[in-house]
Design a protein around this ligand. Structure first.
Ligand code: FAD
Length: 459
C-alpha cells in the first residue's frame, strides 16, 4: 500500500498530535532505505508515537485494517531491516526518547526506545556508568534491541542481549505486555525478552526497556600491533583469546583500510596487517603485566611492531577512525554503494575465514576492505560497487554468498551483529534448518496476518 485513503488519513491523524503523522512525500522518502542498497516500497505515511498507549491504539487499528507497520529507529541498519517492504505505515520511534530513570545503585536504566546510545552514555557517564554495546553508529536503543547490536567491546562486555532485563512490548494486534524483571537473575519461565531481542521489529514494538549498566573502567591500555602477513595477524587473534587475556576490544585491519584511514585522518600508522586492542583494568600495574604478556605472545606469533599505552587523545582518535571505517570507505568511492559482509565463526576458525575472504576479494579483483571485530570471530568485508551495474553487483553478491556460506559451514552464523533484514533471509534455512520453521511458527502465532515489519527474516 503506497497511499492512504482520506478516511484512513483522518483516522490516523486522530491517534497522535497533528505534527506527528505525515503523508508528505519527503518524509516518506526519508524512510525508504537504511544505509544498504536494499530499497523498499514507498510507505503511505509516517507516524511518530510518544506513548505506549499511542503505539497500542495505532497497532490495534492497523491490524484490524490490514495495514503493514514497520518500526523505525535511526535507520542505520545494513540489511534493509527497517525498510518498509510492503509500504503501509512506518512507525518512527525517535520521539519516544526519554531516559526515564538511571538507578546507579542497581546499575540499571529505564529508557524509551528512541533514546540514542550516545545520549544514554552521556547521562550514565555522569554517574560513572556506561552501556557497553557500541555499534559505532549513534543508533536508538530500540533499534539496538531489535537487531541485537554489538560492537568493538563485545569481546569483553557482551552484546545488547546481555543488557536487556525488562521490556514493555506492544504486540501486532495492540496488546501491551511486559517481559523479564529488574532482578539480576531469574529462572522464571521462558525468556521472552530474549525472544524480542533480535526479532527486528517483526514480533512487537518495544516501547520501554530496563537496561543493565556497568562501571566505567578506571584504567585503559591501548595497543597497536603490526604484522607482515595477514595470516599471522589473524592467528594472533585466536591465540590471544584462547590464552584468556580478555581484551576489551580486539580489531583486525588489513593494509588497504589502514591506508584509507591514514589518508583521511593523518594517523601515520604502518600500512600493514594490524591489530587494534584495548585492555581495561583496575590499576596501571595490572595493565603493565597484561602489556608484557601481550607483547611476548605477539612476538611468538610473528608481530613486527608494537605501540603500547597510546595516550588518551591518540586512543580516542584511533577508535574514532576505526568506528568511521565505513564512512571513510564510502567517501573514498563517491557515487558507489556498499555491500557489507557480516559473518562470525568460532575463534579457532577465524584465521582461515580472514585469509579465505581476502583471497576471494583479490581473485575477483573486487573493491573490498576486510576487517572485523576479531576478538568475537566476527568478520566484515565492505564491498564497493554500483548496484545499477548488474554484472559488478552480482559479483559482489557472489563474494558475500561465498563468505557467508563458508562461515555457516564452519559452525558460525550468517550475521554476527547486523541482523537478517532483507539481505540475509536466503541463508536462514542453511544456518537453522528445522529451527527456521519453528521461528516461522512463532511469527505466525504472534502476527497471524504478517503485518509487522513484513518481508524481513522470512523469505
Ligand atoms: C557506520 C555503521 C557502522 C555500524 N557498525 C555496527 C556494529 O559494529 N555493530 C552492530 O551491531 N551494528 C552496526 N551497525 C548497524 C546498526 O547501526 C545497528 O544495527 C543498530 O542497532 C541499528 O539501530 P537503529 O536505531 O538505526 O535502528 P533501525 O536501523 O532504524 O532499525 C533496526 C531494526 O529495529 C526495528 N526497530 C526499531 N525500533 C524498534 C522498536 N522500538 N521496537 C521494535 N523494533 C524496532 C526496525 O524495524 C528494524 O528492523 C552499523 C551501522 C553503520 C551505519
Amino acid at each position: 500500500m503506497e497511499e492512504f485513503t482520506k478516511h484512513q488519513i483522518a483516522t490516523l491523524s486522530n491517534f497522535v498530535a497533528a505534527d506527528r503523522f505525515s503523508v508528505g512525500r519527503s518524509n516518506r522518502e526519508l524512510h525508504l532505505h537504511d544505509i544498504s542498497a536494499h530499497r523498499g516500497t514507498l510507505p503511505a505515511g509516517i507516524v511518530w508515537p510518544v506513548t505506549t498507549e499511542e503505539v497500542s491504539r495505532i497497532l490495534t487499528w492497523s491490524y484490524a485494517h490490514d495495514v503493514a507497520v514497520t518500526p523505525w529507529g535511526a535507520g542505520t541498519s545494513t540489511e534493509g531491516n527497517p525498510v518498509p517492504a510492503r509500504g503501509g505505515l512506518v512507525m518512527d520511534m525517535t520521539q519516544m526518547n526519554k531516559i526515564l530513570e538511571i538507578r546507579s545503585r542497581d546499575l540499571q536504566a529505564d529508557v524509551q526506545p528512541g533514546v540514542l546510545r550516545k545520549e544514554l552514555n552521556r547521562q550514565a557517564g555522569k554517574l560513572g556508568l556506561f552501556f557497553p554495546p557500541d555499534p559505532g553508529a549513534d543508533a536508538t536503543i530500540g533499534g539496538m534491541i531489535a537487531n541485537n547490536a554489538s560492537g568493538v567491546q563485545t569481546v569483553k562486555y557482551g552484546a545488547t542481549k546481555d543488557y536487556v532485563m525488562k521490556l514493555t512490548v506492544v504486540l501486532p494486534q495492540g496488546n501491551i505486555i511486559q517481559t523479564g524483571c529488574k532482578a539480576h537473575k531469574s529462572s522464571s519461565g521462558y525468556d521472552l525478552s530474549r525472544l524480542f531481542v533480535g526479532s527486528e521489529g517483526t514480533l512487537g514494538v518495544v516501547t520501554e526497556a530496563t537496561l543493565r549498566l556497568t562501571g566505567i573502567p578506571s584504567h585503559h591500555l591501548a595497543v597497536t600491533i603490526t604484522f607482515n602477513k595477514l595470516s599471522e595477524a589473524s592467528q594472533t587473534v585466536a591465540v590471544m583469546i584462547s590464552s584468556g587475556l580478555e581484551p576489551a576490544a580486539l580489531e583486525l585491519l588489513t593494509p588497504e583500510l589502514v591506508k584509507l584511514m591514514n589518508r583521511e585522518k593523518d594517523l601515520g600508522l604502518p600500512e600493514v596487517p594490524s591489530l587494534f586492542c584495548e585492555f581495561h583494568g583496575i590499576s596501571k600495574a595490572t595493565l603493565q603485566e597484561t602489556a608484557d604478556l601481550v607483547k611476548e605472545l605477539c612476538q611468538d606469533c610473528g608481530a613486527t611492531g608494537f605501540k603500547f599505552g597510546v595516550e588518551a587523545n591518540d586512543r580516542a582518535e584511533l577508535w574514532r577512525a576505526r568506528h568511521e571505517a565505513w564512512e571513510t570507505i564510502h567517501r573514498a568511492h563517491p557515487g558507489n554503494e556498499t555491500l557489507i559482509v557480516d559473518a562470525a565463526v568460532p575463534i579457532s576458525r577465524y584465521p582461515e575465514m580472514i585469509v579465505f575472504s581476502q583471497k576471494l576479494v583479490d581473485e575477483k579483483k573486487a573493491s573490498g576492505y576486510v576487517f572485523g571485530h576479531a576478538g568475537d570471530g566476527n568478520l566484515h568485508v565492505v564491498l564497493v560497487g554500483d548496484p545499477d551495474n548488474e554484472a559488478q553487483w552480482s559479483m559482489l553478491e557472489d563474494i558475500n554468498d561465498q563468505i557467508v556460506t563458508r562461515a555457516i559451514q564452519l559452525g558460525g552464523t550468517c550475521t554476527g551483529e547486523h541482523g537478517i533484514g532483507i539481505g540475509k533471509r536466503k541463508f536462514m534455512e542453511l544456518e537453522h534448518g528445522q529451527s527456521y520453521q519453528l521461528m516461522r511458527q512463532i511469527k505466525d502465532m504472534i502476527d497471524p496476518k504478517g503485518l509487522l515489519n513484513p518481508g524481513k527474516i522470512f523469505l
